[in-house]
Write a protein that binds this ligand. Sequence first.
Ligand code: AMP
Ligand code: ZN
Length: 466
Amino acid sequence: MKLYNTMSRKVEELVTREKDVVRLYTCGPTVYHYAHIGNLRTYITEDVLEKSLKYLGYNVKRVMNITDVGHLTSDSDSGEDKMLKGAKREHKTVLEIADMYTEAFKNDCDKLNIRWPDVVSKATDNIDMYIKIISNLLNKGYAYKSGGNIYFDTSKLDDYYVLTNHKIDEMVVGVREGVEEDSNKKNQADFVLWFTKSKFQDQELKWDSPWGLGYPGWHIECSGIAIKNLGEYLDIHCGGVDNIFPHHTNEIAQSEAYLGHEWCKFWLHGEHLNDKSGKMSKSKGEFLTVSLLESKGYNPLAYRYMCLKSYYHNVLTFDYAILDGCQNEYDKLKNRCLNLSNNGDLDRKKFDYYNNKFKEYISDDLNMAMSISLLYDILKDNSVNDKTKRELISSFDKVLSLDLLKEKETVIDNELVSYIDMMIEKRNKYKEEKNYVEADKVRNELLDKGIIIKDTREGTIYEIKR
Ligand code: AMP
Ligand code: ZN
């Protein structure tokens, strides 16, 4: 498996510490709002990585965090607390916001066929681990207390900027711009491990620590959760490119200072999805979510298809015209797959030939665009019988996860059930009021959605047209 390694800045062969085992850590969402489809591009890349590794025979142990405390609007510990901001915006508690958006994120992942990692851990569930690491860093002199907070002392490292191509000047400017200086820091690049002197007096979540009541910084969460669940060595660490600095740079600093050795050799970063104005935003312009795409009639899997067609290491600019094209192609591709018969016997030679090609492409730094063209080659190839084509597509779909052979079905989810119940209740009320015109309107509205209602002695029942 060859992948682009941010650390070495080249595509190189993945070497794992334990044969055929990949310990994979992927940074999870900060659950203060819905994920935008840019965030979800990164999770699609990570999903494809996990599934490709499994396809190639690796046993993948994957862990992801859910950030529900400590992440400020600037990744370098300044600005507002994202969770608190979300809670205020919606007049809810931080924990309510966290639960609500974790659930929403899970739904988005389901819709995009992103597999939920085996271990998903909330930042607030691992406070003891952060305290353990921070105490150790203080003992070893890598951390200091100042103004009530605990900071990591970046001057203690030979190469704090190891992941960032040593563009120190750029990084420093990046941090300075628009961000107020924290006068408690000894060095400008130092970062908070534990906050006690919060400028957020209304901070809801605080824990007891040897340094007083407080809460962890954002970066320590990922180190703590990764080390707790995957041990002292990682094989691959992932995130979006914005995570390279300062988040992953800080993760490396504190993890290696704590462990006393190199932590992770392979760093894979997904490039961003931008909108036409540049950076994708949750507050400005159109907030592009999976639900928004659905409300406009797009299948979320057409968006997955769009992401797969672009190389994860290239910036992708979102455009409805491109998505229209992808939706069209995806529908046609799926139709062609579904129209394949089950005739013939599996042609093992042909299967192996194409399957090896597929493995070659996914091993080539996740070349999903070539894997998709391969699908078209197979569909066109008259020397391959339908049965073999079906088997190949079904096999590739373990990685692509485009439901290419899945017949359309009406999924009766909880949301739909509550909607139908609400409509039936509304109609019954109109009937009681003998307002049959309105009652029929409700019935027709449901009918338009393929839901047939019938009045029986036991009450109103419904049936969903398939
Ligand atoms: P956050 O919830 O802000 O912590 O971000 C969740 C994930 O989305 C992180 O891995 C980010 O690197 C990634 N991310 C943020 N913005 C984008 C974007 N526009 N395109 C792709 N990934 C992004
Ligand atoms: Zn992280």
